[in-house]
Design a protein around this ligand. Sequence first.
Ligand code: UDP
Length: 327
Amino acid sequence: MILVCGGAGYIGSHMIKLLRAEGIDHVVFDNLERGNAPAVKDSRFEKGDLRNRADIARVLDQYPISLVMHFAAYIEVGESVKDPSAFWENNVIAVWNLLEESRKRDIKQIVFSSTAAVYGEPSMIPIPEDHPKNPANPYGETKLAVERMLGGYNDAYGMRSVCLRYFNACGADPAGELGEDHRPETHLIPRVLLAAAGRAPEITVFGTDYETPDGTCIRDYVHVSDIADAHLLAIRYLENGGESNQFNLGSGNGFSVKEVISAAKEVVGHDFPVGYGSRRAGDPARLIADSAKARQVLGWEPKFDDVKVCVQHAWNWMQANPDGYPR
Ligand code: UDP
């Protein structure tokens, strides 16, 4: 059985939908601080907090867990700069708790959500996994710290892990059952769509003077269902005895902020207000993944590598659920 920490969140909820579809037994562990209970659907659910070891012990004693997935992190870069303490506690100390309680029970497989933020300002594009790690903010630092912790746990205790470094996760369940519901929302695509829906006065482009063809930042948008697929392959990889490893997850295609806005205008079929503001601190001009390794080693084949499809799925979700999940 698989323990899915953070299974009520954006990516975790898409993961458990896939586990249900595959008939893979699992239990969701989430404190619902930022996750959404309705997104758990009919997966088994245990409320608990990884910062509290007794919560973890209770669940691990109750279920025959053989593999742990971790999606339960804080993710906002700006927030990590303002409040690094909360990030070190929730993204590192809490994971250490999880690893310790797992180790005690001989649970030795973990699939961990990492991020392109471990690389910092890229020195080459596309970014391969062996690119130097130089995070530019506490969020990236905490994710890299766990990757390194997992390295040590592998060597010393034989705990095998797969770290999946997401680039820009986006989109929503193609069937429309799940979507992105962060409060507040900081990500580009949902913010563009809020402007398109008239629920925000405009979408503000953060910086138009980057060294890119149209002056706006280029990112590698990867569909949340493709991310879930990669996790399923990572589970199989570990179950088949694969050694600890790290993989980038990106579509390999870069789209600028302006291109995303144009795609959104096509998808929604009408114009909406766009404003132009200054750069957001810490944004590199271009982040594009080299995800050849995930394709070769895991056999990952992203199905939705066009940002327009990602925007379409996010739009479908937003239209059907204008206020997100019921709370
Ligand atoms: N961005 C923007 N306006 C917004 C939100 C984001 O111009 O309201 C830009 C942001 O500066 C970055 C890109 O969109 O270049 C993607 O940002 P997001 O926060 O979605 O993801 P990140 O790249 O920070 O992980």
